[in-house]
Design a protein around this ligand. Structure first.
Ligand SMILES: Nc1ncnc2c1ncn2[C@@H]1O[C@H](COP(=O)(O)OP(=O)(O)OP(=O)(O)O)[C@@H](O)[C@H]1O
Ligand SMILES: [Mg+2]
Length: 276
């Protein structure tokens, strides 16, 4: 297996100064025997690109992104970031480069503002917190009793699933990471909000390579590269246009989700139709 992610460079997030080539090269041979989930998974992403990962539940999407942050470690292979095996990286330094909003939203018993600024550079301003909340489509914060000063519990009591997801997303964005990983982060938001989020993610005020795990075609179709995982393997890869035009899981999901503007069925089907 080999994963290559560009995400390297000088990091000057709070000043907004441009960062040099952010590039992480990630190559992995196998996940631990504890989770022999991914098999022969190889990909590379260039700086600033978006990699989307789609696949049925249990296909290995979270396992894959967890390997980036070393929530899981590899065995029998290597994960390279900036050409260096992640096991040689200082774990905190590695994770500082990565912003992640996961399926398991973790909130802290603190204000909304502190929850968003939790992983951000120390000198993040209130304006920046508000900016990243806006980019995360978390406008609902303004209607909370105390706005950004509202205390939320670890369970986020009083917040909907989608609201919690957006606070977690705002936190990941406020970190101004070189690699942004969103694992099913928009599963609980409505389609209109998701559309807004997609637009915002394309206009982040800093360079960033993105890995987006999602179930909805709308969330992945503009990605530079889409991987379809099936039973831990890459069953398909390509752009939306390429995948939508050939038989397989991706096209099936497109049809199931009523995606508009689908290309005609692949020519390869033509003989079969004629036979009927
Ligand atoms: N820590 C672990 N130890 C053993 N098996 C695991 C572990 N984590 C995940 N798995 C298994 O690996 C497989 C892939 O799980 P994973 O969470 O990566 O799937 P997923 O594609 O993210 O699914 P979903 O869409 O439901 O989030 C599953 O069969 C799961 O049971
Ligand atoms: Mg998952």
């Amino acid at each position: 297996m080999k994963f290559i992610l560009p995400a390297r460079g000088s990091r000057t997030p709070s000043t907004g100064a441009p960062r040099a080539n952010a590039a992480a090269a990630w190559s992995s041979a196998a996940l631990p025997s504890l989770t022999p989930t991914l098999k022969d998974v190889s990909f590379s992403v260039t700086q600033g690109q978006t990699l989307a990962i789609l696949g049925a539940t249990g296909s290995g999407k979270t396992t894959l992104v967890d390997a980036v942050t070393r929530m899981l470690d590899v065995s029998g292979g290597t994960v390279l970031v900036d050409g260096v095996d992640v096991r040689l990286w200082d774990l905190q330094a590695l994770r500082r480069r990565i912003g992640m909003a996961t399926q398991r939203v973790q909130l802290y018993s603190d204000t909304v503002s502190s929850n968003i600024a939790y992983s951000a550079p120390d000198d993040i301003s209130e304006d920046d917190v508000a900016l990243y909340a806006r980019l995360a489509a978390a406008d609902f914060i303004c209607s909370l009793p105390e706005g950004f000063d509202t205390i939320i519990g670890e369970q986020g009591t009083g917040l909907s699933g989608g609201q919690k997801q957006r606070i977690a997303l705002a936190r990941a964005l406020a970190k101004q990471p070189e690699i942004l990983i969103l694992d099913d982060t928009t599963s609980a938001v409505d389609l209109e909000t998701e559309k807004q989020l997609r637009k915002n993610l394309q206009e982040l005020p800093y360079p960033c390579t993105k890995i987006i795990v999602a179930q909805r075609i709308s969330a992945v179709r503009s990605a530079d590269q889409i991987l379809v995982l099936q039973d831990g393997r890459i069953a398909q890869r390509g752009t939306h246009e390429q995948l939508a035009a050939c038989e397989g899981y991706y096209r099936d999901i497109c049809l199931l989700q009523g995606v508009q503007g689908m290309p005609d069925a692949p020519a390869a089907n033509a003989p079969a139709k004629e036979v009927r």
